[in-house]
Design a protein around this ligand. Structure first.
Ligand code: HEC
Length: 138
């Protein structure tokens, strides 16, 4: 519940800062291009230079909504980015745990309190999730 409330607050902050959904999506693009495209591909097709080398290649991020009855699974995607994904019996996969990484970076570079650093991380993961939602194909 607390997480849901915090998530809502962070969404509101991101929305207020940009004023429009389309721009929220844009907010996550530079970070996606810099950190995710190498595995997930420039358009999210799972064909990044590193991603294709994995035994289990990254899923096509453009079909997350259509695989879920046409509804983009926002919370699942958020959690996959924040915590990586555990697959039963196989343990963790190559998907990095961005929540930990972004938190360490926020604490180190931005000189903010641990609480504020957590908010920075949430806002960034929300921006990434919204960017991925903008990549969906019908
Ligand atoms: C080192 C390669 C690598 C990088 C870099 C990477 N990923 Fe992934 N990602 C994977 C792999 C492999 C999977 C598929 C296996 C899995 O689900 O754990 C995956 C799965 C995912 C999923 C889950 C898709 C589903 O099945 O629901 C999401 C969402 C995702 N990545 C987003 C991101 C975002 C956002 C970034 C950048 C911040 C990123 N990834 C960077 C390798 C990577």
């Amino acid at each position: 519940m607390r997480t849901a409330l915090k998530l809502g607050a962070a969404v509101a902050v991101v929305s207020m800062a940009t004023g429009a959904m389309a721009q929220d999506a844009f907010l996550g693009k530079p970070e996606y291009d810099q950190r995710c495209a190498v595995c997930h591909g420039a358009e999210g097709a799972g064909d990044g230079a590193v991603g294709v080398l994995f035994a289990q290649s990254p899923k096509d991020l453009r079909t997350l909504a259509s695989d879920n009855g046409g509804v983009f699974p926002f919370a699942d995607v958020y959690q996959a980015i924040e915590g990586g994904r555990e697959i039963a019996a196989h343990g963790r996969t190559e998907m990095p745990i961005w929540g930990d990484y972004l938190l360490a970076e926020a604490l180190e570079r931005r000189n903010v309190s641990p609480y504020d650093a957590q908010l920075v991380v949430e806002a960034r993961i929300i921006a990434l999730t919204q960017y991925i939602s903008s990549l969906q194909t019908p």
